[in-house]
Design a protein around this ligand. Structure first.
Ligand code: ZN
Length: 148
């Protein structure tokens, strides 16, 4: 039986890579300077995601991105996070395919979902969050690039 379960296609998330690491910052411009002038990475996109009350800046490190998040509203999720914990790593995003199914399966396995279905995130990706209480303290994002 166990073998059958494991053989089931799509039974695991099986992320292909870490799509991005989300980092909460107080000041986007100042932090962009650090990534550009110290790390030598190039900011290739700045985008406001109204839905999440953030302004984001993106850098590429290989296949993985760094997503800086500045709150546009102290009552938004990033505003609250910074007030509670200060600046720092906010979430890790895994690239998956078939995101709706993966969410269903996570829920079946007892994982608490923040988003029951995916929604549009930055860069046109379909995204959904898993609750950090179910993921050992790491706010986890799943994302799928359906434009690929
Ligand atoms: Zn993210």
């Amino acid at each position: 039986m166990i073998i059958n379960t494991f053989a089931r296609n799509n039974y695991f998330m099986k992320p292909s890579h870490i799509e991005h690491i989300g980092i909460a910052v107080k000041n986007l411009e100042k932090s962009i300077k650090y990534y550009e002038e110290v790390l030598g990475l190039e900011c290739y996109n700045i985008e406001e995601v109204k839905d999440q009350k953030v302004k984001t800046a993106f850098f590429k490190v290989g296949q993985t991105k760094i997503e800086l998040l500045e709150s546009t509203d102290p009552e938004g999720p990033i505003g609250k996070f910074i007030e509670k914990k200060g600046e720092g790593v906010h979430h890790i995003a895994f690239a998956v395919n078939d995101i709706e199914n993966k969410l269903k399966q996570a829920e079946e396995k007892g994982i608490r979902l923040i988003d029951k279905t995916s929604r549009k995130g930055a860069e046109g990706l379909d995204i959904a969050f898993l609750h950090p209480k179910s993921t050992f303290g790491v706010l986890t994002e799943l994302c799928e690039d359906k434009n690929k």
